[in-house]
Design a protein around this ligand. Structure first.
Ligand code: NAP
Length: 252
């Protein structure tokens, strides 16, 4: 049955930064497909909790500031103690800092790389150990167009997202033979807090829109299909892929 290829029933998904934006949309999409959800982040995910519980799934919020890796062992221990398993990990939490490269500070470098790349790797390592032991698992990294392109005024963001693309491939090489799929989604320009500065800048916003073949910014719900696909049995032979969901931006 093709439908069963997209079913997440009996699965447990851990999503970072699930209180808002892309993480929230992905958490709710996974719940719609049948998964229970563990939301890991620094802000109470009340809306997400209501949506997931409303779908009849279990929900657990774990408070963690991923600016630091100290929270990772406790987060994974709590998740496993409460739900007994983690089948799907979505590394979504991320930040951006915008400054010309000549003025870019070490603080803005570290802040972004620590959340977007370092914590994503060490959380994946901690969860991955359990997935490898279980002989199955799905890791979905939220990459970016700047996993493929240079961008402008976002040095640490480009470094982190290009690094995340590399780690997606490295982990796929190491874990594909152990039953764990590691893949990524590269969203294009999405209307969230992350892009509020771009949306507010009339010129940049017009330039961006003019280059998107679909003729509109992405909405977080546009990522539901790719997320469910990469979390579900449908993608069991997909390893190390970075799937753009960008309204055609990279095709230009
Ligand atoms: P967002 O609305 O700003 O959401 C970012 C999420 O990350 C929030 O839940 C945020 O929590 C969480 N987060 C940030 N720092 C954290 C920390 N230290 N510890 C724990 N959680 C933390 O932006 P978004 O657009 O949905 O971004 C989600 C992901 O998509 C990011 O990785 C971003 O780089 C990526 N992305 C976005 C776009 C786009 O166009 N929007 C495009 C490509 C990729 P708080 O609410 O507490 O800050």
């Amino acid at each position: 049955m093709v439908a069963s290829l997209f079913s997440l029933s009996e699965r447990v998904a851990l999503v970072t930064g699930a209180n808002t934006g892309i993480g929230q949309a992905i958490a709710v999409a996974l719940a719609e497909a049948g998964a229970d959800v563990i939301a890991v982040g620094r802000t109470e995910p009340r809306e997400t909790e209501a949506a997931v519980l409303g779908l009849g799934r279990r929900f657990l919020a774990i408070h963690a500031d991923l600016a630091n890796t100290d929270c990772i062992p406790g987060t994974v221990a709590t998740a496993l103690a409460q739900f007994g398993r983690i089948d799907i990990l979505v590394n979504n939490a991320g930040i951006i800092r915008r400054t010309d490269a000549v003025d870019f500070t070490e603080a803005d470098w570290d802040a972004v790389v620590d959340v977007n790349l370092k914590s994503a790797f060490f959380l994946t390592q901690a969860v991955g150990r359990h997935m490898i032991q279980a002989g199955s698992g799905k890791v979905i990294n939220i990459a970016s167009l700047l996993s493929f392109q240079g961008g402008i005024r976002v040095a640490s963001y480009t470094a982190s997202k290009s690094g995340l693309a590399g780690l997606t491939r490295l982990l796929a090489n190491e874990w594909a033979g152990k039953g764990v799929n590691v893949n990524a989604i590269a969203p294009g320009y999405f209307a969230t807090n992350n892009t509020s500065a771009l949306q507010a800048d009339e010129n940049r916003s017009r330039e961006i829109l003019g280059r998107i073949p679909a003729g509109r910014w992405g909405q977080p719900s546009d990522l539901a299909g790719a997320a469910v696909f990469l979390a579900a049995p449908a993608s069991d032979y997909v390893h190390g892929a970075i799937i753009p969901v960008d309204g055609g931006w990279l095709a230009r």
